[in-house]
Design a protein around this ligand. Sequence first.
Ligand code: S3P
Length: 743
Amino acid sequence: MGTVKIGRLLVVGIGLIGGSLALALKAAGACREVIGVARRQRTCEQALELGVVDRAVTDLGAILPQLEPGDVVFIAVPTLAVEQVFVALREGLPAGVTVTDGASVKGNVVAAAEKVWGGVPEFLVPGHPIAGSEKSGVSAARDDLYAAHRIILTPLENTGSEHLRRIVEMWQATGAEVLSMPVREHDEVLAATSHLPHVIAYGLVDTLAHDAENENIFRYAAGGFRDFTRIASSDPVMWRDIMLANREAILRAIDLYSTNLASLRGAIAAGDGEHLMGIFTRAKAARDHFTKMLARRAYTENMQAQEVTYIAQPGGKVSGKLRVPGDKSMSHRSIMLGSLADGITEVEGFLEGEDALATLQAFRDMGVVIEGPVDGRVVIHGVGPRGLKAPPGPLYLGNSGTSMRLLAGLLAGQDFDVTLTGDESLSKRPMNRVAEPLRQMGAEIETGPEGRPPLLIKGGRKLRGIDYRLPMASAQVKSCVLLAGLYAEGETSTVEPAPTRDHTERMLAGFGYQVQRDGARATLRGGGGLTGTKIDVPADISSATFFMVAAAISPGSDVLLEHVGINPTRDGAIHILRLMGADIELLNPREVGGEPVADIRVRYAPLKGIRIPEEQVPLAIDEFPALFIAAACAEGETVLTGAEELRVKESDRIQAMADGLRILGIGAEPTADGIVIRGAGEGAVFGGGTVDSLGDHRIAMSFAVASLRASDTIRILHCANVATSFPNFAELAGKTGLRLQVV
Ligand code: S3P
């Protein structure tokens, strides 16, 4: 039994909504007694028989004097009948009793209260449980109707805090999540998301039932009809009341929908398949997103709120053949350049991780029709370099620094304003590194404090080419400037202090855009066009590295990683592991769509500590968290220098890794631009413990791999963001031999 939250519950109207609250509070032991009030004696009897109430009466006025302070009256009658209940309460409600309701329209309830009492009384807490069913009546009541559902309360300024607290606790006892919202906002939101769908469902079924010529029509109706029209079985009185009570907001929603329907009609009439694809792909993306939200696997602005913990059991080895997901950098660029191209671009091997999907969604929001992704296949209907449209709101880029920095360049030369935002981690990352060169080109960009996101990019600025010497080795900054260069007058060049990944340059060439390369300098001339193409994205070497390290540190391991991109600007991890003594073979080297690819075989061999050559740092920049685990297993010290960039990745990766390694009992000294790690040596194991990935995908996966050489369980906190780059990591890890549990 739970703790008692309220005194008695008086339910006025014992149907699905009222009855379910009564059952839930009884089940939770959260109230002393439930009294039901119904208009009909038969309902009272039924409610008693079903055990929904302890007592039931037909006369509200007669029962009111029995209530005491701390009791709650829940009004669960159709919206337009609430006023009559208020009249009865005005006559006989004892002081200290709290009143709340479950009506779907709040403006109308507030208006009724004002009419009856001359103002909304402090004991009234208007509310609306967002739960229900097409079934109605007390026999449909369930004690779990509200579990994991939302309850919106719309308290007013003078609502008593004691009364509000009582209602919040009452609803929480049912397992619901309680939110609060202004009355007007509630009614607008519900008009769009609930009331409009009911209008359409009732209207559609009525059209088919009534006006269709073929009366057998329902015999042939299948799943689509059933799914779409379920809500047309709902209680007609309740819904008539809602339509009348929320008239203005519903009319606005209907008008908006009518405009959209007319445009769909127009496209069908004109045979405009492109227009239909635009609407359908956008709607599908939105619906898929919603499905994920319902399953609480959402990629949403509050993704941080969901908790994923890895529990990695110690020991084991890895073996087998596997293909890790597509390259993240290339996936981003395929969407960007495919969108700006003329014609169709077909992508295979696209990474269906949250980061690349954020880029994809951004271009959909700017009017590009993008089909998929389905099994890594994406078809982009390019709109040409000048074809993007202003998005309806800020572009939310989640955890993805690549999306934000590359988009900043690409959007600086458009003729519309745009705002770029991101999650908590992205919002802390430095953006002046792109804002400054873009301003030199004539762009107008505002950042948040200290050059952090959000970025506000003003449209309609004329850009001019610059010759930009990068202050740090960053492919994102280089790519940003080159993408802005597509829109600039004259030539734009970048000169990098050390080689960084060159996927932008290679892919531009694949789209038929000339990029001259001369040592550290890349140059292009603005104003050209791109032609749609086919792109085969190889497996991401950054994701493959986790399994390369896994095999390299656990005796008896032998893995084959298939179709991995081994672009020489990305293969630092292979060089560094080989320097440490790892047994790595590159098999079947080939070129796919302008990028070198190979299968990588890794077998266990004892590792030794090394001084990591600084020129390898940019070529392995994302692989260091995993490489640190290799260093932790090696014989002797590994020293990394020249890697200050690691401090401004998704987390401060030097500090985060040093903290985690120390928890496992490994000597790790962070320095300003690197780290010194004292390896455990061959045959040695290290301890277990709880480490915090700080929401950084690569830190999380690295410590999962470390478990192969641990003597005890490693618990890794905040792992949800693994989905940004490697959504099936846990599954592949399990298949190859890691003992990883996801909770
Ligand atoms: C990337 C460049 C690198 C890398 C990031 C992806 C890219 O960032 O860390 O994961 O796709 O251009 P920097 O340019 O900040 O080094």
